[in-house]
Design a protein around this ligand. Structure first.
Ligand code: ATP
Length: 362
Protein backbone atom coordinates (compact mmCIF):
# COMPACT_ATOMS: atom_id res chain seq x y z
CA UNK A 1 0.00 0.00 0.00
CA UNK A 2 1.38 3.45 -0.86
CA UNK A 3 1.36 6.10 1.85
CA UNK A 4 -1.14 8.94 1.55
CA UNK A 5 0.64 12.06 0.29
CA UNK A 6 0.66 15.02 2.66
CA UNK A 7 -0.56 17.32 -0.09
CA UNK A 8 -2.18 16.89 -3.50
CA UNK A 9 -3.19 19.56 -6.00
CA UNK A 10 -5.09 18.35 -9.03
CA UNK A 11 -5.90 20.68 -11.91
CA UNK A 12 -6.03 23.70 -9.60
CA UNK A 13 -6.74 27.03 -11.31
CA UNK A 14 -7.32 30.52 -9.97
CA UNK A 15 -7.64 33.83 -11.84
CA UNK A 16 -7.91 37.38 -10.54
CA UNK A 17 -10.08 38.97 -13.20
CA UNK A 18 -8.19 38.35 -16.43
CA UNK A 19 -4.93 37.47 -14.63
CA UNK A 20 -4.36 33.71 -14.38
CA UNK A 21 -2.43 33.23 -11.12
CA UNK A 22 -2.66 29.41 -11.08
CA UNK A 23 -3.31 27.40 -14.26
CA UNK A 24 -4.10 23.74 -14.00
CA UNK A 25 -1.55 23.11 -11.26
CA UNK A 26 -0.84 19.44 -10.43
CA UNK A 27 1.45 18.63 -7.53
CA UNK A 28 1.85 15.66 -5.19
CA UNK A 29 3.98 16.13 -2.08
CA UNK A 30 4.80 12.93 -0.18
CA UNK A 31 4.89 13.05 3.60
CA UNK A 32 8.17 14.46 4.93
CA UNK A 33 9.22 16.12 1.69
CA UNK A 34 10.54 19.68 1.60
CA UNK A 35 9.46 21.32 -1.65
CA UNK A 36 10.79 24.69 -2.75
CA UNK A 37 8.60 26.80 -5.01
CA UNK A 38 10.37 29.33 -7.20
CA UNK A 39 9.62 31.57 -10.17
CA UNK A 40 9.72 35.19 -11.27
CA UNK A 41 7.76 37.86 -9.45
CA UNK A 42 4.03 37.51 -10.15
CA UNK A 43 4.26 33.89 -11.38
CA UNK A 44 1.78 32.71 -8.75
CA UNK A 45 3.92 31.33 -5.91
CA UNK A 46 2.04 33.11 -3.13
CA UNK A 47 -1.28 32.33 -4.78
CA UNK A 48 -0.40 28.63 -4.71
CA UNK A 49 0.34 28.85 -0.97
CA UNK A 50 -2.82 30.84 -0.32
CA UNK A 51 -4.89 28.24 -2.15
CA UNK A 52 -3.35 25.43 -0.10
CA UNK A 53 -3.84 27.40 3.13
CA UNK A 54 -7.48 28.15 2.34
CA UNK A 55 -6.96 31.91 2.09
CA UNK A 56 -8.20 31.70 -1.51
CA UNK A 57 -10.77 29.50 -3.19
CA UNK A 58 -9.76 27.74 -6.43
CA UNK A 59 -11.91 28.38 -9.52
CA UNK A 60 -11.35 24.76 -10.53
CA UNK A 61 -9.55 21.66 -9.32
CA UNK A 62 -9.11 19.80 -6.08
CA UNK A 63 -6.79 20.16 -3.08
CA UNK A 64 -6.27 17.33 -0.58
CA UNK A 65 -4.32 17.58 2.65
CA UNK A 66 -3.35 14.31 4.35
CA UNK A 67 -6.01 12.54 2.28
CA UNK A 68 -8.82 14.96 3.15
CA UNK A 69 -10.40 17.02 0.38
CA UNK A 70 -10.18 20.63 1.54
CA UNK A 71 -11.25 22.32 -1.70
CA UNK A 72 -13.08 21.17 -4.79
CA UNK A 73 -16.28 22.15 -6.61
CA UNK A 74 -18.41 21.36 -3.53
CA UNK A 75 -16.09 21.51 -0.53
CA UNK A 76 -14.24 24.40 1.04
CA UNK A 77 -12.60 23.77 4.40
CA UNK A 78 -11.64 27.04 6.14
CA UNK A 79 -7.95 27.70 6.95
CA UNK A 80 -8.25 26.97 10.70
CA UNK A 81 -9.48 23.43 9.97
CA UNK A 82 -6.94 22.55 7.28
CA UNK A 83 -4.00 21.21 9.30
CA UNK A 84 -1.59 23.66 7.69
CA UNK A 85 0.97 25.82 9.51
CA UNK A 86 1.97 29.18 8.06
CA UNK A 87 5.26 31.06 8.31
CA UNK A 88 5.44 34.40 6.51
CA UNK A 89 8.32 36.80 5.99
CA UNK A 90 7.05 39.41 8.42
CA UNK A 91 6.78 36.89 11.33
CA UNK A 92 3.18 38.04 12.05
CA UNK A 93 3.66 37.50 15.78
CA UNK A 94 1.24 39.17 18.15
CA UNK A 95 3.24 42.05 19.68
CA UNK A 96 1.25 42.10 22.94
CA UNK A 97 1.70 38.38 23.64
CA UNK A 98 4.80 36.71 25.07
CA UNK A 99 6.65 34.08 23.06
CA UNK A 100 4.90 31.35 25.07
CA UNK A 101 1.44 32.87 24.42
CA UNK A 102 2.20 33.40 20.75
CA UNK A 103 3.04 29.72 20.35
CA UNK A 104 0.08 28.63 22.46
CA UNK A 105 -2.28 30.63 20.26
CA UNK A 106 -2.66 27.86 17.70
CA UNK A 107 -3.57 25.30 20.36
CA UNK A 108 -6.86 26.66 21.64
CA UNK A 109 -9.41 23.95 22.23
CA UNK A 110 -6.85 21.67 23.87
CA UNK A 111 -6.64 21.08 27.64
CA UNK A 112 -4.43 23.66 29.35
CA UNK A 113 -1.86 21.11 30.60
CA UNK A 114 -1.48 19.60 27.11
CA UNK A 115 -1.04 23.05 25.64
CA UNK A 116 1.67 24.00 28.11
CA UNK A 117 3.55 20.73 27.47
CA UNK A 118 3.38 21.18 23.70
CA UNK A 119 4.55 24.81 23.88
CA UNK A 120 7.56 23.76 25.95
CA UNK A 121 8.28 20.96 23.49
CA UNK A 122 8.23 23.12 20.34
CA UNK A 123 10.14 25.97 21.96
CA UNK A 124 12.84 23.48 22.91
CA UNK A 125 12.79 22.21 19.34
CA UNK A 126 13.61 25.67 18.00
CA UNK A 127 16.00 26.21 20.95
CA UNK A 128 14.09 29.14 22.39
CA UNK A 129 12.89 27.65 25.67
CA UNK A 130 14.93 30.23 27.60
CA UNK A 131 13.14 33.14 25.88
CA UNK A 132 9.56 31.94 26.49
CA UNK A 133 8.59 34.97 28.58
CA UNK A 134 9.99 37.64 26.27
CA UNK A 135 7.86 39.73 23.92
CA UNK A 136 8.46 39.83 20.14
CA UNK A 137 10.12 43.27 20.23
CA UNK A 138 12.69 41.84 22.65
CA UNK A 139 13.86 39.25 20.09
CA UNK A 140 16.17 39.40 17.07
CA UNK A 141 14.70 38.91 13.58
CA UNK A 142 16.05 35.36 13.47
CA UNK A 143 14.58 34.52 16.89
CA UNK A 144 11.22 35.93 15.85
CA UNK A 145 11.25 33.69 12.81
CA UNK A 146 11.98 30.66 15.00
CA UNK A 147 9.00 31.60 17.20
CA UNK A 148 6.87 31.82 14.05
CA UNK A 149 8.02 28.32 13.08
CA UNK A 150 7.32 27.00 16.60
CA UNK A 151 3.83 28.46 16.44
CA UNK A 152 3.24 26.87 13.04
CA UNK A 153 4.48 23.46 14.24
CA UNK A 154 2.66 23.44 17.60
CA UNK A 155 -0.68 22.01 16.35
CA UNK A 156 1.16 19.23 14.45
CA UNK A 157 0.10 20.34 10.98
CA UNK A 158 0.20 17.97 8.02
CA UNK A 159 1.99 20.64 5.95
CA UNK A 160 3.91 23.79 6.83
CA UNK A 161 3.81 26.59 4.25
CA UNK A 162 6.65 29.11 4.32
CA UNK A 163 6.43 32.26 2.18
CA UNK A 164 9.89 33.84 1.75
CA UNK A 165 10.52 33.43 5.47
CA UNK A 166 14.01 34.93 5.40
CA UNK A 167 13.58 37.90 3.11
CA UNK A 168 13.45 40.43 5.94
CA UNK A 169 16.76 39.15 7.38
CA UNK A 170 20.16 40.39 6.32
CA UNK A 171 22.45 38.13 4.27
CA UNK A 172 24.58 36.68 7.12
CA UNK A 173 21.71 36.06 9.50
CA UNK A 174 19.70 34.59 6.66
CA UNK A 175 22.09 31.67 6.09
CA UNK A 176 22.14 30.87 9.81
CA UNK A 177 18.37 31.10 10.35
CA UNK A 178 17.77 29.09 7.18
CA UNK A 179 20.03 26.30 8.42
CA UNK A 180 18.21 26.32 11.79
CA UNK A 181 14.71 26.27 10.32
CA UNK A 182 15.50 23.63 7.74
CA UNK A 183 17.20 21.59 10.50
CA UNK A 184 14.00 21.70 12.58
CA UNK A 185 11.82 20.76 9.58
CA UNK A 186 14.12 17.79 8.84
CA UNK A 187 14.39 16.72 12.48
CA UNK A 188 10.61 16.62 12.82
CA UNK A 189 10.02 15.02 9.40
CA UNK A 190 7.71 17.92 8.58
CA UNK A 191 6.25 18.22 5.10
CA UNK A 192 6.86 21.74 3.89
CA UNK A 193 6.27 23.96 0.86
CA UNK A 194 8.74 26.77 0.87
CA UNK A 195 8.42 29.80 -1.43
CA UNK A 196 11.63 31.59 -2.33
CA UNK A 197 12.89 33.85 -5.09
CA UNK A 198 16.51 32.81 -4.46
CA UNK A 199 17.76 30.12 -6.86
CA UNK A 200 20.57 28.95 -4.60
CA UNK A 201 18.16 28.64 -1.66
CA UNK A 202 15.68 26.67 -3.79
CA UNK A 203 18.38 24.26 -4.99
CA UNK A 204 20.17 23.83 -1.67
CA UNK A 205 17.27 23.17 0.70
CA UNK A 206 14.63 21.47 -1.44
CA UNK A 207 14.19 17.71 -1.84
CA UNK A 208 12.31 18.85 -4.91
CA UNK A 209 12.20 22.19 -6.69
CA UNK A 210 9.01 23.39 -8.36
CA UNK A 211 9.67 26.06 -10.99
CA UNK A 212 6.65 28.19 -11.94
CA UNK A 213 5.99 30.81 -14.57
CA UNK A 214 2.72 32.54 -15.47
CA UNK A 215 0.74 30.40 -13.04
CA UNK A 216 2.05 27.12 -14.49
CA UNK A 217 4.51 24.53 -13.22
CA UNK A 218 7.33 24.30 -15.76
CA UNK A 219 9.25 21.58 -13.93
CA UNK A 220 8.99 19.80 -10.57
CA UNK A 221 12.11 17.76 -10.04
CA UNK A 222 15.13 17.09 -7.85
CA UNK A 223 17.48 20.08 -7.53
CA UNK A 224 20.17 18.42 -9.66
CA UNK A 225 17.75 17.57 -12.47
CA UNK A 226 16.25 21.06 -12.48
CA UNK A 227 19.75 22.53 -12.83
CA UNK A 228 21.44 19.89 -15.00
CA UNK A 229 18.49 18.68 -17.07
CA UNK A 230 16.13 21.65 -17.32
CA UNK A 231 12.88 20.68 -19.05
CA UNK A 232 12.44 23.98 -20.87
CA UNK A 233 14.30 27.04 -22.09
CA UNK A 234 12.65 29.03 -19.30
CA UNK A 235 13.92 26.70 -16.55
CA UNK A 236 17.41 26.66 -18.09
CA UNK A 237 17.61 30.45 -18.06
CA UNK A 238 15.83 31.03 -14.74
CA UNK A 239 17.70 28.46 -12.63
CA UNK A 240 21.24 29.74 -12.99
CA UNK A 241 23.01 31.45 -15.87
CA UNK A 242 22.74 29.97 -19.34
CA UNK A 243 23.70 30.92 -22.88
CA UNK A 244 22.00 29.38 -25.88
CA UNK A 245 23.83 28.66 -29.15
CA UNK A 246 22.39 27.45 -32.42
CA UNK A 247 23.76 23.96 -33.02
CA UNK A 248 23.40 20.98 -35.31
CA UNK A 249 23.45 17.25 -34.71
CA UNK A 250 24.87 15.17 -37.54
CA UNK A 251 25.57 11.47 -37.00
CA UNK A 252 25.55 11.88 -33.24
CA UNK A 253 28.02 14.78 -33.30
CA UNK A 254 26.84 18.05 -31.81
CA UNK A 255 28.53 21.04 -33.43
CA UNK A 256 28.03 24.76 -33.11
CA UNK A 257 29.99 27.94 -33.64
CA UNK A 258 32.67 26.91 -31.15
CA UNK A 259 33.21 23.53 -32.89
CA UNK A 260 32.30 20.03 -31.77
CA UNK A 261 30.57 20.25 -28.41
CA UNK A 262 29.96 16.60 -27.61
CA UNK A 263 28.61 13.37 -28.95
CA UNK A 264 24.91 12.65 -28.55
CA UNK A 265 24.50 8.92 -27.96
CA UNK A 266 21.40 7.51 -29.64
CA UNK A 267 21.30 10.24 -32.28
CA UNK A 268 23.30 8.30 -34.92
CA UNK A 269 20.69 8.83 -37.62
CA UNK A 270 19.80 12.35 -36.60
CA UNK A 271 20.23 15.34 -38.87
CA UNK A 272 18.69 18.13 -36.88
CA UNK A 273 19.00 21.73 -35.74
CA UNK A 274 18.86 22.36 -32.00
CA UNK A 275 19.85 24.99 -29.47
CA UNK A 276 22.52 23.97 -27.01
CA UNK A 277 22.37 25.26 -23.42
CA UNK A 278 25.77 26.24 -22.05
CA UNK A 279 26.26 27.18 -18.44
CA UNK A 280 29.30 29.32 -17.57
CA UNK A 281 30.91 26.53 -15.52
CA UNK A 282 30.73 24.26 -18.60
CA UNK A 283 32.62 26.66 -20.87
CA UNK A 284 36.44 26.47 -21.04
CA UNK A 285 38.71 29.23 -22.39
CA UNK A 286 42.24 29.06 -23.74
CA UNK A 287 44.04 32.34 -24.43
CA UNK A 288 45.37 32.69 -27.97
CA UNK A 289 47.25 35.98 -27.64
CA UNK A 290 48.89 35.68 -31.07
CA UNK A 291 45.66 35.35 -32.98
CA UNK A 292 44.59 38.47 -34.84
CA UNK A 293 41.36 37.51 -36.64
CA UNK A 294 37.78 38.44 -35.69
CA UNK A 295 37.34 35.22 -33.72
CA UNK A 296 36.24 34.89 -30.09
CA UNK A 297 37.63 37.51 -27.72
CA UNK A 298 36.97 38.51 -24.12
CA UNK A 299 34.63 41.51 -23.87
CA UNK A 300 33.99 41.68 -20.11
CA UNK A 301 35.60 40.41 -16.92
CA UNK A 302 33.65 40.40 -13.66
CA UNK A 303 35.46 39.63 -10.43
CA UNK A 304 33.30 37.59 -8.01
CA UNK A 305 35.95 36.69 -5.42
CA UNK A 306 36.53 32.94 -5.66
CA UNK A 307 35.63 32.94 -9.38
CA UNK A 308 35.93 35.38 -12.26
CA UNK A 309 33.20 35.57 -14.88
CA UNK A 310 34.49 36.12 -18.42
CA UNK A 311 32.15 37.15 -21.22
CA UNK A 312 33.36 36.24 -24.70
CA UNK A 313 32.02 37.58 -27.98
CA UNK A 314 32.06 34.92 -30.70
CA UNK A 315 32.65 35.63 -34.40
CA UNK A 316 28.87 35.74 -34.98
CA UNK A 317 28.50 38.47 -32.38
CA UNK A 318 26.78 36.21 -29.87
CA UNK A 319 28.24 36.07 -26.37
CA UNK A 320 28.93 33.16 -24.01
CA UNK A 321 30.05 33.33 -20.40
CA UNK A 322 32.70 31.27 -18.65
CA UNK A 323 33.58 30.90 -14.96
CA UNK A 324 37.31 30.89 -14.45
CA UNK A 325 39.13 30.20 -11.20
CA UNK A 326 40.23 33.14 -9.08
CA UNK A 327 43.77 33.07 -10.44
CA UNK A 328 42.75 33.35 -14.12
CA UNK A 329 42.02 36.76 -15.58
CA UNK A 330 42.12 37.17 -19.34
CA UNK A 331 42.03 40.92 -19.94
CA UNK A 332 39.32 42.43 -22.13
CA UNK A 333 40.35 42.07 -25.77
CA UNK A 334 42.26 38.77 -25.30
CA UNK A 335 41.61 36.39 -28.23
CA UNK A 336 40.51 33.04 -26.80
CA UNK A 337 39.51 29.59 -27.94
CA UNK A 338 36.17 28.52 -26.50
CA UNK A 339 35.33 24.89 -25.82
CA UNK A 340 33.09 22.82 -23.62
CA UNK A 341 34.57 21.30 -20.49
CA UNK A 342 35.23 17.58 -21.18
CA UNK A 343 32.56 15.21 -19.90
CA UNK A 344 29.71 17.70 -20.06
CA UNK A 345 26.51 16.56 -21.77
CA UNK A 346 24.71 19.80 -22.43
CA UNK A 347 20.95 20.17 -22.62
CA UNK A 348 19.53 20.39 -26.15
CA UNK A 349 16.38 22.33 -26.99
CA UNK A 350 14.05 22.06 -29.93
CA UNK A 351 11.96 25.20 -29.78
CA UNK A 352 11.54 25.89 -26.07
CA UNK A 353 11.51 22.27 -24.93
CA UNK A 354 14.45 20.10 -23.88
CA UNK A 355 14.83 16.90 -25.88
CA UNK A 356 16.64 13.71 -24.93
CA UNK A 357 15.94 11.81 -28.14
CA UNK A 358 16.01 13.02 -31.72
CA UNK A 359 12.79 14.64 -32.88
CA UNK A 360 11.01 12.72 -35.67
CA UNK A 361 12.15 13.77 -39.12
CA UNK A 362 9.95 15.63 -41.53
N1 ATP B 1 -5.75 39.76 -4.61
C1 ATP B 1 -5.37 39.92 -5.87
N2 ATP B 1 -6.10 40.64 -6.75
C2 ATP B 1 -5.73 40.77 -8.04
N3 ATP B 1 -4.61 40.22 -8.55
C3 ATP B 1 -3.84 39.49 -7.74
C4 ATP B 1 -4.14 39.31 -6.36
N4 ATP B 1 -3.19 38.54 -5.80
C5 ATP B 1 -2.30 38.27 -6.77
N5 ATP B 1 -2.68 38.83 -7.94
C6 ATP B 1 -1.98 38.71 -9.25
O1 ATP B 1 -1.81 37.32 -9.51
C7 ATP B 1 -0.51 37.05 -10.05
C8 ATP B 1 0.24 36.11 -9.13
O2 ATP B 1 0.53 36.78 -7.92
P1 ATP B 1 1.35 36.09 -6.74
O3 ATP B 1 1.35 37.04 -5.58
O4 ATP B 1 0.82 34.74 -6.50
O5 ATP B 1 2.79 36.00 -7.39
P2 ATP B 1 4.20 35.66 -6.70
O6 ATP B 1 4.86 34.68 -7.62
O7 ATP B 1 4.01 35.25 -5.30
O8 ATP B 1 4.92 37.07 -6.81
P3 ATP B 1 6.08 37.72 -5.86
O9 ATP B 1 7.31 36.89 -6.06
O10 ATP B 1 6.24 39.09 -6.47
O11 ATP B 1 5.56 37.73 -4.47
C9 ATP B 1 0.15 38.43 -10.20
O12 ATP B 1 -0.06 38.86 -11.52
C10 ATP B 1 -0.59 39.31 -9.22
O13 ATP B 1 -0.59 40.66 -9.65
Amino acid sequence: MTATPALVLEGVSKSYGAVPAACDVDLVVPSGELVTLIGPSGCGKSTALRLIAGLERPDRGEIRIAGQTVADGRTFVPPERRRVGLVFQDHALFPHLSVRRNVEFGLHGQPRADRAARVTQVLDLVRLGHLADRYPHELSGGEQQRVALARALAPRPAVVLLDEPFSSLDENLRAQVRAELVGVLRETGTTAVFVTHDQTEALSIGDRVVVMTSGRIEQADTPSRVFEQPATRFVASFMGDADFLRAHVHRALLTCEIGVVSTVPGWADAETDVDVVLRPHEVALTAEPDRSDDGPAVVAVEYHGAFVLHTVRLGSGQTVRSWQPHSVRHPVGTPVRVSVVPGVTPTLLVGDTAVSSPPPRG
